[in-house]
Design a protein around this ligand. Sequence first.
Ligand SMILES: Nc1ncnc2c1ncn2[C@@H]1O[C@H](COP(=O)(O)OP(=O)(O)O)[C@@H](O)[C@H]1O
Ligand SMILES: C[C@@](O)(CCOP(=O)(O)O)CC(=O)O
Ligand SMILES: [Mg+2]
Length: 425
Amino acid sequence: MPVTSPFLVSAPGKVILFGEHSAVYCKPAIAAALSLRTYLLVTPSQDPDVVALEFPDIKFSHKWNRNDLPWNVLNNVVGEKPVLTEELVPELVSALANNLDSIASSLHYSAAYTFLYLYMSLCHKNTQGVTISVRSTLPIGAGLGSSASIAVCIATALALLGEHISPALVRNEKLTVETQEAAFIENWSFMGEKCIHGTPSGIDNAVATHGGAVMFQKTNSSLPSVRTTMRNFPSLKLILTNTTQPRRTADLVAGVSRLNNEFPKTTTAILNAMESLTHEAYNLMIKPFDKEAKDTLRKLVCINHGLLVAIGVSHPKLEKVKMLADEMAIGQTKLTGAGGGGCAITLLNDEVSEENIEKLTLLYKEEGFETYETTLGGKGVGVLIPEEDRAESEIFSVKQFLEFSSRDQIEQTVGVTNLHGWRYW
Ligand SMILES: Nc1ncnc2c1ncn2[C@@H]1O[C@H](COP(=O)(O)OP(=O)(O)O)[C@@H](O)[C@H]1O
Ligand SMILES: C[C@@](O)(CCOP(=O)(O)O)CC(=O)O
Ligand SMILES: [Mg+2]
């Protein structure tokens, strides 16, 4: 698709309520889309041969000449059309290393690698050069699925550029993503997640694509994963706290894999316990959610955290989040996402006062932690273009997009519900 005007893709982050890590071992997990999102702006490049990335959230920008990319390798091994493979194509992975060898930081490398892998897979040599600029209201590397959210945005933008999905179908009138288009985006963003952390379960990119809340289970055969939409997902009163301790999902997933190799029987028993508690939580959440159900759900949150501690993915700062909440007897806390730092959720007791919530958030602030006000279960991926009668300059330029100084400014300017002058494609 020739890009004559800019377009904007956005996708949400997620909170895993039950089953992180066990999800990688084909156990079910429950997650919901977050109101924090990643926004990706596609603009035509001035030089049609140049593909450029502007990722200010991780202080990274880079350019490639599209003629320098290993198209021949790809065509020899895969052919001209995108072919979904179970694993990343090793020949492409090794050929791309030459185009990435000047990038030293692992944070930058994984973002650039994900982009190039998907670009090579979904575009072709003659696809017009574009600049891909990304801003996120999600903290990066904090357990809220920023990797999946950016992978979904990149896969969607490149699938549009490569004409594998049709703009008209990305959103229908009810603003729901058409099934076939969504499946294409989900599958390719899963390959993106593989570039970022090796052996993802697929739950994060499924939620970032479809939105809402799901119980998700990867299969260990070539069968597709099972995604069960939880339509009546109860509204949960929770505090989301970021320890701001940096960590990489790839390292934590690799740590659990080492533990599994060293103590296979014990690790399997823990993963099985996570499986049964996720089922119990699911059964509670699909029925009328009364006081008793809420109490039980909090007990399951507590057990799930204990099991995550047992497989070595907590961190002293996450324990601090839990301890402060426990001391105030305000609710039950568990880490969310890969752990090792990043975020925790505290599922609050019903009767908790606003005053106590404020007191706890203040205590967290004193520890250097951040708390977020968010809602769960929102929209999945979406694509927006400027309304016909709007010139690019009337809306916002790449420069402005890159210079938004705060989460609030991003949300207020390009947030799905706030964006004026743009319409769903
Ligand atoms: N806004 C962003 N800009 C650039 N890269 C991003 C952005 N968001 C996520 N990423 C990529 O995702 C990686 C973090 O993924 P991960 O370790 O899985 O943490 P999480 O998904 O919990 O945030 C980063 O190293 C980076 O490659
Ligand atoms: C640890 C895991 O279960 C969740 C990782 O989430 P995040 O990248 O920390 O947001 C891995 C996965 O399911 O792919
Ligand atoms: Mg991730």
